[in-house]
Design a protein around this ligand. Sequence first.
Ligand code: C2E
Ligand code: CA
Ligand code: CA
Ligand code: CA
Length: 420
Amino acid sequence: LTRLPNRVYLRDRVERAIARLRRDHMQGFGLLYIDIDRFKVVNDSLGHGAGDDVLKEVARRLATCVREPDVVARLAGDEFVLLLEHVAMPETACKVAQRVLKVLEPPLQAAGRELRVSASIGITIADRNYDSADRVLHDADVALYRAKRSGRNRFVLFDDAMHQTAMGVLDMEQELRNALVRDEFVPWFQPLVRLGDEGVIGYEALLRWNHPERGVLTPGAFLKVAEDSGLIEGIDWRMFRLALEASRELVHDGSFITLNVSPRLFQHDDFDRRILALTHEVGFDPARLRLEVTEGTLLGDPDAVVATLQRLRDAKIEAALDDFGTGYSSLGHVHHFPLKMIKIDRSFITPFAAGVAPRSSAVIEAILALGNALGAEVVAEGIETRYQCEVLKAMGCVYGQGYLFAHPEPAEYWLAKQGR
Ligand code: C2E
Ligand code: CA
Ligand code: CA
Ligand code: CA
């Protein structure tokens, strides 16, 4: 399996095919992007190593669908690609796709069991209009996505109509701009809890994009582009307003809401004035608002940062240091900043599993001590297991957040839960 051509090799082959195409006016080539349906389920049901047997058999059968000098490559996990040289007609590539579905039909043996797999296939025919391997793979991937969505065990040919949407996906920046206009960004909320009794002390507002085609997207899918393009500023302000509006009902009895502030927003001279003005406009008590900033934000001009945080504190808006431990600031640096809360990054919590004493425990202890010394509340992020929760409690950590207690959900979910 590991001897199959990989992504690097494939990209290289596709780049060369494109170059040849453009130089010698050769025929086009076809690319089939193949993904095994529900492989994760199959793999989990089989247990150790047996998933690889399945993939090996799949690869063997795929090899019977092509001829020299075509390529069977494995991109990752259960994703394969067939590169069909000298194919100009979509029909030819579709015939191969049909064959692939056919050869996968007979049951295969793994872990002493007989099981069936199917695949979804996205096809693209590359002509002289393509200028990069990534573009070819991308279009095939878009078609694959359609194939999966239309019910699996089928193939879809990338066509011009998809080109429209694919251009949109590719041009994420334009899409983000449209999404702002169409008002597709919404806040979801995840509780912060007391580890002792799991009572909710507040909610963190987390950005979500209600994408008309792709469903609810988390920031991982678009934050980088949003930040690099500067669009994050408009998105954040829209998001903050909606979060504060929802929080008028959500937050009560001394609890609070937190907003994640991108470094770029925080740098503006009038940031503190604007956020305070927004609370007034929306009618939200600033004393119930906390701003999560990262170490990256504190790295700016320290005097200016301290001044901004102090002005915010004077206006009753407190600050939390997010993802603590991942950035550059030494533990000793932090006491310069007026902080109400420190959030220990998930990467220090994750290593805790029964029977393991990870090195991160020393870091956590140091952060807890620092929090004590500064009079700041310390929250452990990303608690997923009961064990992690117990260890943290034993270490003296009072607050936490994570899937063990609750996932992020829309405001309506929490309001219903509160019986409102
Ligand atoms: P973050 O501020 O560190 O937020 C915590 C992330 O961890 C969230 O991901 C949350 O859904 C996830 N999480 C919570 N509990 C667990 C757990 O137990 N296990 C695991 N594996 N994950 C957990 P999400 O919502 O995808 O947000 C990702 C990042 O995007 C955030 O990281 C934050 O840096 C950024 N972000 C979120 N909302 C906004 C926003 O409104 N504005 C800006 N500028 N950035 C935002
Ligand atoms: Ca799959
Ligand atoms: Ca955060
Ligand atoms: Ca965090």
